[in-house]
Design a protein around this ligand. Structure first.
Ligand SMILES: [Zn+2]
Length: 379
């Protein structure tokens, strides 16, 4: 079994690319979750929704024991120094030295404000024990499956080449590779970019080589091409921070905000600030407030409001500029309403995909059943 998980490979993009992954005729569109890979990948690997596994967005409110403890003192530095690249590298190293092994980026989060936040992903989510509760990796370990995986910790080219070599030597029954190369290209170029097309052609050629090599050895290869979400081309920008800057209520004194690229999240210190901010953004075109029912439906209603007491979500195609993620617009983004067609993920295979597999949370169970079928065939 070989699983290639391509971050941001949307159903729409893959389906409209002529000839792409022709060796995988079993094609299923997967509903994704509201949010980013930081929530979507845990849902893929655990089969549970964000509110159940606890992971939604990269940054959440600190309770106790944040890896950014003490960063508040950075407010004493001149603003230019706070934003310097050298300091960022130093801070990232300090965070890793405090035991964070997950994926994170400090982006443009105001450095002193980091102390109020925590990273949801502290451990390696691609390894046994790296996710809350039980995951696909824990199941692999329990069933004594011989397996290997690659993820963002190694380069995409290196990972794909290593997986190809591992397949030659036939030591493992399950090979897995996660890559975020296409995600980065899509952000930069948009879905019609030349680099995007070239990368899809490269994945196609790689899958083809794998299938041919296995056929030459007389092996049956079960191939699964998987993604966590799609990508929406950016058509407008929304200046949320500018709008809030004009209010009498100021952050971080009267409320604590976090500005993701498609969501503004808030923790309130008083009712006055909440009313002012809610009114100001209700009038701002390009987004809307999510209510509890909607968050509940999206599987992202957290009882303790770890990710915000109120969430303002941008419309698909609108990008928050500036945000804590960056000051400049990008060509495409995700993290929108999961119902938008371009947000849908996919599972393509040369194995039948049962009708009940329609959502990210169905994938883990499906792969485990496939592993079971594989074991039964070998025995
Ligand atoms: Zn992305």
């Amino acid at each position: 079994m070989v699983v290639l998980l391509v971050d941001a490979l949307g159903w729409e993009l893959a389906a409209r690319t002529p000839g792409f992954a022709a060796m995988l005729p079993e094609r299923r569109r997967l509903e994704t979750i509201l949010g980013f890979s930081s929530g979507a990948l845990p849902t893929l690997f655990t089969g549970r929704m964000p509110a159940e596994h606890g992971r939604w967005l990269m940054y959440r409110r600190a309770r106790r024991g944040t890896p950014f403890a003490g960063f508040g003192a950075l407010a004493l530095l001149p603003p230019r120094l706070q934003r310097s690249w050298k300091l960022s590298r130093l801070l990232a190293r300090a965070v890793r030295a405090r035991g964070v092994r997950g994926y994170f980026d400090l982006y443009d989060v105001p450095r002193p404000l980091l102390a109020a936040f925590d990273l949801a992903e502290r451990d390696d989510i691609f390894a046994p024990g790296g996710l809350p509760g039980d995951s696909l990796w824990d199941a692999l370990e329990r069933s004594n499956t011989r397996w290997r995986g690659w993820n963002w910790r190694t380069s995409e080219a290196g990972s794909l080449a290593a997986l190809e070599r591992a397949l030659e030597s036939s030591q493992e029954d399950f090979l897995f590779c996660y890559t975020a190369g296409l995600d980065a290209l899509l952000h930069r170029e948009g879905s019609r970019g030349a680099g995007v097309r070239a990368r899809l052609a490269a994945y196609d050629a790689w899958l083809d080589r794998l299938a041919r090599a296995a056929a030459r050895r007389g092996e049956e290869l079960w191939l699964y091409l998987l993604s966590d979400h799609g990508m929406v081309d950016v058509t407008s920008t929304v200046d949320v921070m500018g709008r809030l800057g004009g209010l009498a209520a100021r952050w971080p004194r009267e409320y604590l905000p976090f500005f993701d690229s498609t969501m503004a999240r808030f923790w309130w210190r008083g009712a006055g600030a909440r009313d002012a901010v809610r009114t100001a953004l209700a009038d701002l075109p390009g987004g809307r407030w999510l209510d509890d029912a909607e968050l509940e439906w999206a599987g992202a209603r957290f009882a303790r409001h770890d990710y915000g007491e109120d969430v303002w979500l941008l419309d698909p195609g609108a990008l928050m500029v500036p945000s804590f993620m960056g000051a400049r617009p990008v060509a495409a983004m995700h993290g929108y309403d999961a119902a938008h067609p371009d947000m849908a993920a996919l599972l393509w295979s040369n194995r039948p995909v049962p009708a009940e597999v329609t959502h990210l949370r169905d994938v883990r169970g499906f792969l485990e059943r496939e592993l079971g079928a594989l074991g039964a065939e070998a025995a």
